[in-house]
Design a protein around this ligand. Structure first.
Ligand code: DX5
Ligand code: ZN
Length: 221
């Protein structure tokens, strides 16, 4: 499958969110990545439901909502109603992950599970067949603009191997420190969805930055 690009609006200009979402609509982005943080699961608060609703009002692409919140079961229906197409929860934040994943699917959303950098791929063995997507955090979640953790490559290869036997259609999404400098290598390892915050929004030409991420696999073809 051709890889997907999901720019993160965490790096957008919040005072010009409509303008930035409309820019993503015109870009080659496939999804719009939306990072929700609660100040408990991660040491930062980003934004919540009203902002997701406001993004949805202007977005013409699916909202890929990444919940960095404790006990996300409490808010799944609310995020679906706010416009989420995909809902990703953290393995570390869910006591009954199997139940949570199926609750997301029952809402009609794609169900994703995210792993922090310290969480091993082996913990996915008994959930991988139930999910649509695994998000591998390539930085410690909470902030944009951090440095990519190189151990991620090994995890992508391990996950790809597990997916080949248990869930060949799996989306393998990488989040944190992604840019044109590492995109081709991530895809070569097995990633098929790349999240990009600062490498898109801090680029002199954000549209061109999305295009070059979209074309990154040409470098490894
Ligand atoms: C980090 C977020 C990321 C972040 C990526 O907690 O989950 O989605 O926005 O930002 P960059 O691409 O700037 O590392
Ligand atoms: Zn994210």
């Amino acid at each position: 499958m051709k890889h997907l690009i999901a720019p993160s609006v965490l790096a957008a200009d919040f005072a010009n969110l409509q303008r930035d979402v409309e820019m993503l609509n015109r870009s080659e982005a496939d999804w719009i990545h939306v990072d929700v943080m609660d100040g408990m699961f991660v040491p930062n608060i980003s934004f919540g439901l009203p902002v997701v609703e406001a993004i949805q009002k202007h977005a013409t692409k699916p909202l890929d909502v990444h919940l960095m919140i404790n006990d996300p079961d409490r808010y799944l229906t609310a995020f679906k109603n706010a416009g989420a197409a995909n809902i990703t929860v953290h393995l570390e934040a869910c006591t009954h992950l199997h139940r949570t994943v199926h609750a997301i699917k029952d809402l009609g959303c794609l169900a994703g599970v995210a792993l922090n950098p310290h969480t091993p791929i082996s913990l996915l063995e008994d959930i991988i067949a139930d999910v649509d997507m695994i998000l591998i955090m390539s930085v410690n979640p909470g902030f944009g603009g951090q440095r990519f953790i190189a151990n991620t490559y090994k995890k992508i290869v391990q996950l790809k191997q597990l997916a080949m036997s248990s869930n060949p259609e799996l989306y393998i999404e990488i989040d944190g420190g992604v840019g044109t400098y590492n995109a081709a290598q991530l895809i070569a390892a097995g990633a098929n969805v790349l999240v990009a915050g600062n490498s898109v929004f801090s680029a002199p030409d954000a549209l061109a930055a999305v295009t070059s991420l979209k074309q990154a696999n040409n470098l490894v073809a």
